[in-house]
Design a protein around this ligand. Structure first.
Ligand code: KMH
Ligand code: ZN
Length: 275
């Protein structure tokens, strides 16, 4: 088995200070929590940013600023910007994060209900996002909120709209998306081509059970306050690092070594951090 790549999803677009006082919102808070998570064992940061009021934004200048701050502190961490943004954002708005020159970017490959909202990703949009990433030599991570999203990603490969190593993230447990359970995870993995790598982001109380399954199955793991704000039942996590530390403990118990950012780059076929 490859070493374990841990992605930290530090703040997302939805979680507020009302939900948890520990969510990082300012560039300084996001960079500091990323650094602490990196020290704890995260090799990829999945990045959203917020405006001065703490609201989600895809503003290119804020992304550039936060990416710079993160790279100054965490030399070789893999920076993966979100192109998902928030449900109300236009495609144009969402694509702005690519201007921050990240290593990777998320590419959600289909539309999904998202609680009472709709996270819109029509195929023409997905194709446009894929081409924008390829033009900038940014590696996509296919975000699959449901089974059909894997088939859509493979359509992009067939049409040669994406090239290089294929890496998937299964976002499981979003109300409206695929449920987070073992049977669904096995089915998702069974639908991948052999050479692909994958990680799981279990949403809410599913975060650590899905992480344990992924660790045991040879997949990779995403955790963070974007996905889950609790370290255990009813107890708020005090930081993203605390969530990463728990994954590292589970991995250790299961005998799986954690990848450094350099090792993660090799596993994903990503070039070094010469950007
Ligand atoms: N905030 C969600 C609507 C991504 O980052 O690419 C979309 C999301 C996925 O978080
Ligand atoms: Zn996200």
């Amino acid at each position: 088995m490859d070493k374990l790549i841990i992605t930290v999803a530090v703040c997302g677009a939805e979680v507020t200070r009302q939900d948890t006082p520990y969510i990082p919102l300012t560039p300084e808070e996001i960079a500091q929590q990323t650094y602490d998570a990196y020290l704890a064992g995260a090799s990829i940061v999945h990045l959203h940013v917020r405006d001065q009021e703490g609201k989600p934004t895809q503003d290119a200048e804020i992304f550039k600023k936060v990416v710079k701050m993160i790279r100054e502190r965490c030399a070789d961490i893999i920076v993966q910007v979100s192109t998902g943004g928030a449900v109300w954002m236009s495609a144009e708005e969402r694509l702005q994060s690519l201007q921050a020159d990240p290593d990777m970017a998320t590419l959600t490959t289909g539309t999904v209900n998202f609680g009472n909202d709709v996270f819109m990703n029509s195929m023409p949009m997905v194709e446009r996002f894929a081409s924008a990433m390829m033009e900038r030599s940014i590696m996509p991570e296919f975000e699959c909120f449901d089974m059909g999203h894997i088939a859509n990603a493979m359509q992009l490969v067939k049409k040669q709209l994406v090239k290089g190593h294929l890496h998937f993230d299964f976002v499981m447990g979003v109300p409206g998306g695929i449920a987070a359970n073992a049977r669904n995870l096995v089915a998702m993995v069974d639908n991948l081509p052999d050479e692909a790598t994958w990680s799981v982001a279990g949403i809410g109380r599913n975060e650590f059970t899905m992480a344990a399954m992924a660790i045991a199955m040879g997949g990779h793991v995403r955790v963070g306050l974007e996905d889950n704000i609790y370290i255990s039942k009813g107890v708020l996590a005090k930081s993203n690092a605390e969530l990463v530390e728990k994954v590292v403990r589970i991995a250790k118990e299961l005998g799986r070594q954690v990848a450094t950012p350099q090792e993660a780059r090799q596993i994903l076929g990503l070039r070094g951090n010469e950007r």
